[in-house]
Each structure stands twice: as structure tokens, then as C-alpha cells.
Design a protein around this ligand. Structure first.
Ligand SMILES: Nc1ncnc2c1ncn2[C@@H]1O[C@H](COP(=O)(O)OP(=O)(O)OP(=O)(O)O)[C@@H](O)[C@H]1O
Ligand SMILES: [Mg+2]
Length: 234
């Protein structure tokens, strides 16, 4: 049994269906890539899993238990963290206050302490007293991920974390995600940056128009220019 099992979900916004029977699995401690061009349904897949836009049909099981239809805060409390595309931090609060709030709201398990999060993101230590709104894009991304870790998730849904970041920042982020993986965290990683995903993931799913068009090991994609051309390059 995989830790997360998504089976045949259909999700719609009003009258418009965007996921058509999508299935995927994430095993404990795995990094799984979710790839595809703009608008194929990556974010909607995450919103479905989190209960933000619940699927109309299909099933989502977490550690063997059906979670479809549960409210987002409950799904979060069961151990699934979500880092959305738009980097939600409190701009008026300092870095430390942002982390402190997340820690208070988080689960009690103590894998990710404040010290450990600062160790993973050392840049945040010197920025402790800076307001969130004055951070660079890369620093905000790291604070957003750090906030999610304070909730002690077992699985993290990362929605295009590398988007819009400078190459050196992307490189740091790649190392940080690898360290999170090495700590035993499972990660479902939505990206358009193929190299970023292949460097980190065990397996990938490639979506097109709300359906999985390819699933397999990351090295199968790396060695398959046909797939890359058909589903990934713009
Ligand atoms: N709130 C919404 N209401 C209506 N349609 C939406 C909404 N959000 C997304 N869609 C549509 O659903 C489809 C899938 O969008 P989604 O955001 O899941 O794709 P994505 O793969 O995350 O794309 P991107 O790479 O742009 O982030 C798109 O056609 C999009 O226009
Ligand atoms: Mg998206």
C-alpha cells in the first residue's frame, strides 16, 4: 500500500471538468514528480488532494484511509502539507513570527523544530527580524517551505517551487529539497522545470489535459526525447 493513493479522480470548477480520472501514488519517503505544461491540472491535483477543490468522483487514500471529502485543515492535520504556487507568507510579520505562528498551529510531533528548519535554511537566521514583505522571491519561497515544515507533515505537496527564481537560488532549493527527502519526508513535486524534477525524483507522472499520459522512472524520461518533446517542451 502506497502512502498516498489517488484513484480515478475527476475534479471540476463549476461546469468545467479539468481532471479526467487521474490516478497516482506516492510511497513513503519518495519524491514523485508531477510534470506538464501550463494548465494541464497540476495545481488542481494538489487542490483535490488537500480538499480545497474536492473531486467529484474517485478516491484519495492516505495511509489506507479514505480522505476524499474531508476539509483541508483536517487533511493537513493528518500529515499532508501544501506549499502553493503563490508563496503565502504574512508580509507584515517578521520571518520569526511567520515561523512561530506555523509552529503553534502545527502538529506536536517534533521532526521539524525551529532549530532544524534554520539549519536547513541558514539564510533565514540572519533575516529573523525582517518582515516577510521585504524578502526576495527566493527567501519567500524558503520561508513558505519552512512554515510548512513547522507543521510536521509526512508528505509535502510542492507546487512549482523553482518558478521565477534565479539559477543559484534554484540550486540551493534543490539541495534543500534533497535534504528534506533524506530526512524521510515524502514529496510530490509539481514543476515545469524538468531538470529540477529529474535531479530529485524517483518516479514521475506527466499530465496533459487533466490525464496522466506517462508514468515511469525518472531515468526513463531523461533518456526519452520523444516524451519530452511531446509533453514537456513548449
Ligand atoms: N478557479 C478556477 N476556475 C476555473 N477554471 C480553473 C480554475 N483554476 C484553474 N482552472 C482551469 O483548470 C485547468 C487546470 O489548471 P491548473 O491550475 O490545475 O493547471 P496547472 O498545471 O497547475 O497550470 P500552471 O502550470 O499554469 O500552474 C486550466 O484549464 C485552468 O484554466
Ligand atoms: Mg499550477
Amino acid at each position: 500500500m502506497a502512502q498516498l493513493e489517488v484513484t480515478g479522480i475527476e475534479t471540476a470548477y463549476g461546469m468545467s471538468t479539468v481532471l479526467f480520472g487521474l490516478s497516482l501514488e506516492v510511497g513513503e519517503g519518495q519524491v514523485v514528480g508531477l510534470l506538464g505544461r501550463n494548465g494541464v491540472g497540476k495545481t488542481t491535483t494538489f487542490r483535490s488532494i488537500m480538499g480545497l477543490t474536492p473531486p467529484r468522483t474517485g478516491s484519495i487514500r492516505w495511509n489506507g484511509t479514505e480522505i476524499t471529502g474531508k476539509p483541508p485543515h483536517e487533511i493537513n492535520r493528518l500529515g499532508i502539507g501544501f506549499v502553493p504556487e503563490d508563496r503565502r507568507i504574512f508580509p507584515e510579520l517578521t520571518v520569526w513570527e511567520n515561523l512561530d505562528i506555523a509552529m503553534r498551529a502545527g502538529r506536536r510531533a517534533s521532526t521539524w523544530t525551529l532549530d532544524k528548519v534554520y539549519e536547513l535554511f541558514p539564510d533565514l537566521v540572519g533575516l529573523r527580524d525582517r518582515k516577510g514583505g521585504y524578502l526576495s522571491g527566493g527567501q519567500q519561497q524558503m520561508l513558505t517551505i519552512a512554515r510548512s515544515l513547522m507543521g510536521n507533515p509526512e508528505l509535502l505537496l510542492l507546487d512549482e517551487p523553482s518558478e521565477g527564481l534565479a539559477p543559484l537560488v534554484v540550486r540551493d532549493l534543490r539541495h534543500q529539497i534533497a535534504r528534506m527527502r533524506d530526512e524521510g519526508l515524502s514529496i510530490l513535486l509539481a514543476e515545469q522545470n524538468l531538470g529540477f524534477v529529474l535531479a530529485l525524483s524517483d518516479r514521475v507522472y506527466i499530465l496533459e489535459k487533466g490525464e496522466v499520459k506517462f508514468s515511469g522512472r525518472s531515468d526513463e524520461v531523461r533518456d526519452n526525447p520523444e516524451i519530452i518533446k511531446r509533453y514537456l517542451t513548449v
